[in-house]
Write a protein that binds this ligand. Structure first.
Ligand SMILES: Cc1cc2nc3c(=O)[nH]c(=O)nc-3n(C[C@H](O)[C@H](O)[C@H](O)COP(=O)(O)OP(=O)(O)OC[C@H]3O[C@@H](n4cnc5c(N)ncnc54)[C@H](O)[C@@H]3O)c2cc1C
Length: 392
């Protein structure tokens, strides 16, 4: 068994931030990062954005975690966690001891419930490299999913000059989060950019058709060179469950990001934490959450007692449209739309019982702090008070 002061399971953005957090407090303690992917930690968001437009290269995604006392064990999946003996074991049989353990295992893509014929479930750098190779050879792509990943990858492929068909069950692109008018605008915007948008359709089967893949929805058949799916993730909670730690839509942590075991913490996409700003538990799948929470977890592993009260922001880019957002974005809430220019620039407020729970800053920049303060104030606000309240 190899002993370490700190072991981090997972090598994503939360893990990378945790290494930095540990080093802020403890310059020397030994750290082992064990990750199933063969790549050292890297930034995921550009996989569906800047890599396709040439604004970023793969090399630029790399997160610098190397340093004295930091070991990276790549291409190794942790398959067992013994909380009593304070060890983890990887799939090659290596046993690592720890004083403090961080579970930063993120999520695995949700899969289609039938034979998927080589579908790319878009999540990792390897998925990007595979899709890029296919895009360099093929002409037409089917994208399953109309949420964050589906819409971004469809836009990226279209900008890369490919014929794209999007299929998803909701009534419009991003319909679960955007108000109806904005979602309908996006459908039209994508269509103007030659994307075939098929809302309201669920894929019921895929079959090989020579070198191509035929996708059927019951009413339509789409033929493509390759199929990409972005239909959500399932948090990787297996190790936590096997160790008897509480799991409820993610690994349950307290405000210091500790699980029920005082020396095991969790952070990033896999962690369910209590947000005092929103008065509820959250499990978020966003970069700012992974980075900020990972940093707090690292510092707390190294001896600090820093609560995680941050309300993370997130963002997305679709062709030349972009936004930042914070809080609960759910189109079922009461929505107040304040457009400076309809669907091009404006702010959307999401309210529950008259209080702002989320803010979408559509092509409106530098206003995350103002939006977060508005949510945190929990003050009741009328439609009239909100119009013009935030702008850049
Ligand atoms: C294509 C794409 C675009 C995105 N764009 C945006 C965006 O625009 N804005 C935004 O806010 N967020 C975006 N996100 C979300 C953001 O990237 C995630 O929230 C973030 O990467 C989560 O980091 P994480 O470290 O918690 O988990 P992950 O990134 O999932 O990393 C977990 C790592 O742990 C490894 N692992 C899991 N189980 C084990 C095990 N048992 N043993 C060893 N290793 C294990 C996994 O292989 C993985 O490498 C995007 C995500 C994707 C995929």
């Amino acid at each position: 068994m190899k002993p370490h002061k700190y072991v981090i399971v997972g090598g994503g953005m939360a893990a990378a931030a945790a290494v930095g957090g540990i080093r802020e407090v403890d310059p020397h303690g030994s750290i082992a990062v064990i990750c199933a992917e063969k790549h050292a930690p890297y930034d995921r968001p550009p996989l569906s954005k800047a890599l396709w437009t040439g604004q970023k290269t793969v090399a630029a995604l790399s997160r610098d975690v190397a340093g004295p006392g930091v070991e990276l064990h790549l291409g190794k999946r942790v398959v067992a966690l013994d909380a009593a003996k304070k060890t983890v074991t990887d799939d090659a049989g290596n046993v690592h001891g720890w004083e403090k353990l961080l579970l930063a295992t993120g999520g695995a893509p949700r899969r289609l419930p039938f034979a998927d014929e080589g579908t790319i479930y878009f999540r990792t750098l390897d998925d990007y490299l595979r899709l890029r190779e296919l895009a360099d050879g093929g002409a037409s792509f089917a994208v399953i999913g109309g949420g964050f990943i589906g819409s971004e990858i469809a836009a990226a492929l279209a900008m890369y000059g490919k014929r794209v068909t999007m299929v998803f069950p909701e009534e419009g692109i991003g319909a679960r989060i955007y108000p109806r008018g904005l979602s309908a605008f996006l459908d039209a915007y994508f269509r103007e950019r030659s994307v075939t948008v098929l809302p309201g359709q669920s894929v019921s089967g895929l079959r090989r058709d020579g070198a191509r893949i035929a996708l059927s929805t019951g009413t339509t058949e789409v033929s493509a060179d390759a199929v990409v799916a972005g239909i959500g993730i399932v948090p990787e909670v297996g190790l936590a469950q096997s160790a008897g730690l509480a799991v409820d839509n993610g690994i349950v942590v307290d405000e210091y990001l500790r699980t029920g075991h005082p020396d095991i913490l969790a952070a990033g996409d896999v962690a369910s934490f209590y947000s005092p700003v929103l008065d509820r538990r959250l499990r978020l799948e966003h970069e700012d959450n992974a980075n900020t929470m990972g940093g707090v977890a690292g510092r707390n592993m190294a001896g600090r007692t820093e609560p995680y009260h941050h309300l993370p922001f997130f963002y997305s880019d679709l062709f030349d449209l972009g936004y930042e957002a914070v809080g609960e974005l759910d189109s079922r809430l009461d929505v107040v739309e304040d457009w400076k220019e309809p669907f091009r620039k404006g702010v959307v407020y999401y309210l529950r019982e008259g209080r702002v729970r989320g803010v979408l800053l559509w092509n409106t920049w530098g206003q995350i702090e103002a939006a977060t303060a508005m949510i945190a104030s929990k003050a009741p606000r009328s439609r009239a008070q909100l119009v013009g309240a935030i702008s850049d």
